[in-house]
Design a protein around this ligand. Structure first.
Ligand SMILES: [Zn+2]
Length: 132
């Protein structure tokens, strides 16, 4: 959710609560439900989404990363650019972009294509990914 969506979301919440307020004057507590139920559900969904995104980031950042292709950066020197459920994108200090997915660490080229780089074996050691 970006800032514009957040503002619209807050405005919509206020509008629904205002509507609930006016309905409550006429229908009592039942009128409130018109405003409170959708707003409550939307905020619960929003908080759940934020929580899940944070959890995804933590999970990805706990995974160790191999030394970068230039040999300059270690696991801690990478900065996470974005993370989804299945993969995370990292930038190392040299400026190269990498995608981390499952036990694979791939380089992202300028055109967005992936080049296999490293593979993590069962004992969590990195080795060159020779698959194509
Ligand atoms: Zn690097």
């Amino acid at each position: 959710m970006n800032l514009v969506e957040l503002v619209l979301f807050a405005a919509l919440s206020a509008a629904l609560l205002t509507l609930g307020y006016f309905l409550s004057l006429k229908y009592g507590a039942a009128g409130w439900l018109v405003g409170v139920v959708p707003v409550g559900a939307a905020w619960a969904w929003f908080i759940f989404g934020a929580f899940r995104a944070t959890f995804t980031e933590i999970r990805h950042s706990l995974n160790r990363r191999p030394v970068c292709r230039q040999g300059n950066c270690r696991s801690k020197d990478y900065v996470m650019i974005k993370a989804t459920r299945e993969k995370a994108v990292f930038r190392c200090r040299c400026g190269d972009l990498y995608a981390s997915k499952d036990n694979r660490f791939s380089r992202i080229l300028q055109d967005g294509s992936l080049v296999p780089y490293m593979l993590q074996d069962a004992s969590r050691h990195w080795k060159a990914d020779t698959t194509t």
